[in-house]
Design a binder for this molecule. Structure first.
Ligand code: UN1
Length: 509
């Protein structure tokens, strides 16, 4: 048994790993064989057959049946399931984090942080289960009351990416569950074991509560795109929440729109940090280092562009090069390591290809630029000084490349900042109130997330997470993101003995 399999067994997964889960019922699939290898050293972690598109309908049907029962369960009681799940995640935090590190190559600190994010969203959702508020609205008619209610929406399809293989499911599933919605989850085919682990933990907790219907939680591990496409196309899923690349989101969004379903998209980012001449450079340096090098540059919120004011540009760049030199790269399970591997060979190739393009477009590599010669998929974190006009900087390359630009005035910085197709996360480092507020204003950052003296990555779950433009417009996790997972109903109640029409219309016989 591999270490990963031992962890899965402790978390309640079946000995023979299966690609399909409906509550505690696991079912082997007959799709293409899936061999899971660790990006750390290429070692095989597990192998089993993936699900096929034809497997989706039955899981969605079970979710539909579960919906009819779950929507009748009072929301605070639905919160009790999530509360218990949060407790169970606390117990299994170390094991689940270890599995994340093995399967994705994240350093232990970041894997623990990811599981903590799940626990935090559980706590948030438990509170939310008593706060699914609607408004009351002043009616224009006498003795009338106008109000809105939020009702459960139905089963939610959740498609997640490899880089947050457990947390993003939790962001969606915990909110959906308290809102009264079953969840059908299609994890990334690059991280099926994290999918199996979360499903096993959740199904174990659900089985302990008699009012939880079996089909409430579904899992489908696909081998390619076909399962995700079937999820997007299934009318039994009124909401599909998808996290991943822009091309994936475009495909899913169009399929969901074609059936007039609701899509919540959280796609690529091309996040920038602006550092002004008056900034606290120590703060900026630490935030940029974590934002650009953390998770080996594989977060949607990774800092990909650094926009430096001319007066401090040389000095700050020199400090950054110095910091990059001391980043320890290697085994993510070694607590001294700050950067682990990329997810797979294709990610390494994509990084090298982007760097070739950057050089062709006039970029100067100031640090890194190479693959590291050892088993697994290790690269050097890379700094490239390049003009913001170079087309390569408009792309999200899911790797630790940081492009460095220079600017003179804030207007120019904002112009460079917003001149990319994506709009997820952004930040400015400044001690000047006017610069900070301009950045946050309607003519400042065009992103869904905009920070002052805080980096682009590492958002808390309490806020709404997501972005504009090609990032897809969705909002997940905190604030009022829950409204995506429910249907709003507007109610007008006449408690008088007359029948006045709205807008003062008269229609008398
Ligand atoms: C992602 O990369 O898809 O803000 C999510 C952050 C994390 C989540 C990132 N809380 O970096």
């Amino acid at each position: 048994m591999t270490e990963a399999q031992k962890i899965l067994t402790r978390l309640g997964a079946p000995a023979n790993l299966a690609a399909i889960g409906v509550g505690g019922r696991w079912q082997s699939a007959a799709g293409s064989p899936l061999t899971v290898r660790s990006p750390i050293d290429g070692a095989e972690l597990a192998a089993f057959a993936a699900a096929q598109a034809s497997d989706v309908a039955a899981v969605v049907r079970a979710a539909g049946e579960a919906f009819r029962a779950w929507r009748l369960v009072p929301a605070p009681r639905r919160g009790e399931l999530v509360r218990r799940l949060g407790e169970r995640l606390r117990q299994h935090k170390a094991d689940l984090a270890h599995l994340v590190s093995l399967e994705v190559g994240k350093i232990t600190q970041e894997s623990l942080g990811e599981v903590q994010e799940m626990i935090d969203v559980c706590d948030f959702a438990v509170g939310l289960s008593r706060q699914l508020y609607g408004l009351t609205i002043a009616s224009e008619r006498p003795e009338h009351r106008l109000a809105e209610q939020w009702h459960p929406l139905g089963p939610v399809g959740v498609i997640t990416a490899f880089n947050f293989p457990v947390a993003v499911w939790a962001w969606n599933a915990m909110i959906a569950l308290v809102c009264g919605d079953p969840v059908v989850w299609k994890p990334s085919e690059k991280t099926p074991l994290c999918g199996i682990a979360c499903h096993a933990i959740a199904a174990g907790v659900a089985a302990e509560m008699p009012d939880v219907p079996e089909g409430l939680l579904g899992l489908l591990i696909g081998g390619g795109q076909e399962v995700g496409q079937a999820v997007a196309a299934d009318v039994g899923l009124p909401l599909v929440s998808a996290t991943g690349s822009v091309p994936m989101g475009r495909a899913v969004g169009q399929m969901v729109a074609a059936r007039l379903g609701r899509a919540l998209l959280e796609l690529g980012g091309n996040n920038a940090v602006i550092v002004t001449d008056d900034a606290n450079q120590d703060l900026a340096l630490r935030a940029v280092l974590f934002g650009a090098v953390g998770t080996a540059g594989q977060r949607c919120t990774t800092t990909r562009r650094l926009i430096l004011q001319r007066g401090i540009a040389r000095e700050f760049t020199a400090k950054l090069v110095q910091a990059y030199r001391s980043v320890r790269i290697g085994d993510p399970l070694d607590e001294r390591t700050l950067m682990g591997p990329l997810i797979n060979r294709a990610a390494v190739e994509a990084m090298l290809a982007a760097l070739r393009q950057a050089r062709e477009q006039g970029g100067e590599v100031l640090h890194g630029g190479n693959e590291i010669d050892r088993p697994g998929h290790f690269v050097e974190p890379t700094l490239v000084r390049v003009s913001p006009a170079a087309t390569i900087v408009k792309d999200e390359t899911f790797a630790p490349i940081l492009y460095i630009h220079e600017f003179d005035g804030l207007e120019q910085a904002l112009q460079i900042h917003n001149d990319v197709p994506q709009g997820l996360s952004s930040s400015i480092f400044t001690t000047n109130l006017i610069s900070a507020e301009t950045f946050l204003s309607h003519h400042g950052s065009d992103c869904g997330i905009a920070n002052v003296n805080v980096g682009t990555s590492g958002a808390e779950i309490g806020g709404a997470f997501g972005g504009e433009k090609e990032t897809g417009g969705g909002r997940e996790s905190g604030s009022d993101s829950w409204k995506w997972y429910m249907r709003r109903q507007t109610n007008t109640i006449n408690w008088g003995s007359d029948m006045p029409l709205a807008q003062g219309v008269r229609f008398d016989l």
